[in-house]
Design a protein around this ligand. Structure first.
Ligand code: BG6
Length: 487
């Protein structure tokens, strides 16, 4: 017995990294429209205008001054504006996904395309666009899997409401959810509320100007309430909806069997599990309540919030898995490597990608088992993949054996988790199944796709699509329901 017969094989993308058309069809501005490209050496920068009218830049980790608003500087290149242009290429791309045999396709809906300011005004043209996309997917027997919000927020809500720190953002978000749930109720069954909810990154992601712990956790509370309300509303609109949460899961190993290192690993893991606990178990875990008390964090709750969170739990856990990490009680005495949204302690037993991300297929089996043992709900791997520089050979081919190698090992690990550990896994969508803009560095150079897109880090390129060697390999994996992994 291997994967289920209706296992959801497919690929994953996000609007801000793939769709482009940033002002087409009545779309409003999103925070990620005002973030530059970057690289290993230079971080992506937010461009903004101060209250006094000065144009400035900060990294995503820094706070924006009070009253600052996102600003698009005409002389600056912003990768999200065109990205790899799904907006104009969706038919061609979906045909390629169908050729690979995709059973599902994960994408996000741009909130600012449906509600240009994030408020309760609808852009009909935006709704039409996604209708066309879903119709095209369904015509190819591909199940849409929709992330309602992937890493951004309409710029107006960030600038005028301070994003998710304002309780009113919940109502605006629920209006957006109601609009898309009602419109697509017969086209979309699988939904996820917030992408990688454990990475609450400042202004770009959740629209907050001030990055302190109090603001961050207050915003998280609003996200939890919004997610619970969305689940309850979605189930009313269509009881068949499957609504999940989404977390970046990076299992951590203790650096040694020193009890202090083991405790450090436990603490690292439960920081990410906190977000799952609230959305799957329906309450704040005791360790978080104690942390808030110690750190003087006071969550403003309204009457009924706890009951809502308890009732509006999700149907499944969607998670991204790229790598594991290592924890130690002496973090300043160890070497660091790159990582998914944050640097990781170097694990001497693992090889690393060109971006320094440790490659750990066994970590995926560990992640699946830990999550299933702890929560006992269906799991969906909605991101996994290998960011690498691809070279076009003289004959025009792209021989990405390194990517095939990565996927072979990860699919084998998840096969073990299913067949040996009994994990209830419903699907697997590889990240960036077609090349798109990197979220971390804003580069095109870091590619994940089975399909190459001719676009560089400066916005030059024809956007032509070319199949890589991994395209046929993944097609064979899907056709054999994950049994045939040979290259
Ligand atoms: C996840 C995000 O963190 O990792 C994606 O959900 C992102 O949006 C992916 O693209 C890979 O990260 P990066 O930085 O290589 O694009």
């Amino acid at each position: 017995m291997g994967f289920k017969t209706d296992f959801l094989w497919g690929g994953a993308t996000a609007a801000n990294q793939y769709e482009g058309g940033y002002l087409s069809g009545g779309k409003g501005l999103s925070t990620l429209d005002a973030i530059t490209g970057g690289s290993h050496e230079s971080p992506r920068m937010i461009t903004y205008k101060t209250k006094e009218g000065k144009i400035e830049r900060v990294t995503r980790e820094q706070a924006l001054p009070e009253g600052a608003v996102g600003y698009i500087d005409e002389d600056t290149y912003y990768p999200s504006h065109v990205a790899t242009d799904f907006y104009h290429h969706y038919k061609e791309d979906i045909a390629l996904f169908a050729e690979m045999g995709f059973k599902c396709f994960r994408m996000s809906i741009s909130w600012a395309r449906i509600c240009p300011k994030g408020t309760m005004e609808i852009n009909e043209e935006g709704l039409d666009f996604y209708d066309r996309v879903f119709d095209e997917l369904i015509a190819h027997n591909i199940e849409p899997v929709v992330t309602i919000n992937h890493f951004d927020i309409p710029m107006y809500l960030a600038d005028e409401h301070d994003g998710w720190s304002d309780r009113q953002t919940i109502d605006n978000f629920i209006f957006f959810c109601e609009t898309i749930f009602k419109r697509y109720k017969d086209k979309v069954k699988y939904w996820m509320t917030f992408n990688e909810i454990n990475f609450l990154r400042s202004w770009t992601q959740i629209g907050i100007h001030n990055n302190d712990t109090q603001t961050k956790y207050q915003a998280a509370h609003h996200l939890f309430v919004a997610s619970a309300k969305a689940v309850l509303l979605g189930k009313k609109i269509n009881p068949d909806f499957q609504i999940g949460m989404m977390v970046a899961y990076i299992p951590s190993y203790p650096l040694s069997c020193r009890p202090e290192d083991v405790l450090a690993a436990l603490q690292f893991n439960r920081e990410q599990e906190f977000y799952i606990d609230v959305q799957v178990k329906g309450y704040y875990p005791a360790h978080k309540v104690k942390q808030f008390e110690r750190e003087g964090v006071v969550i403003k709750k309204e009457a009924g919030d706890d009951e809502l969170i308890a009732k509006g739990t999700v149907d499944y856990i969607g998670f991204s898995y790229y790598m594991s990490t290592v924890s130690t009680a002496n973090p300043d005495k160890v070497k660091y490597v790159g990582g998914n949204q944050m640097p990781a302690v170097k694990n001497p037993y693992l090889e690393e990608s060109e971006w320094g991300w440790g490659v750990d297929p066994t970590g995926l089996r560990i992640a699946l088992s830990s999550l299933y043992d702890r929560y006992n709900v269906p799991l969906f791997i909605v991101e996994n993949g290998f960011g690498a520089v691809d070279t076009i050979e003289a004959d025009g081919s792209i021989q990405d054996d390194y990517r095939i190698d990565y996927f072979q090992k990860h699919v084998a690990a998840m096969h073990d988790a299913v067949t040996l550990d009994g994990v209830d896994l419903i699907g697997y969508t590889t990240w960036g199944c077609i090349d798109l803009v990197s979220a971390g560095t804003g580069e095109m150079k870091k590619r994940y796709g089975f399909i190459y897109v001719d676009m560089d880090d400066k916005g030059n390129g024809t956007l032509k699509r070319t199949k890589k060697k991994s395209f046929d390999w993944y097609k064979q994996v899907i056709a054999s329901n994950g049994e045939e992994l040979a290259n």
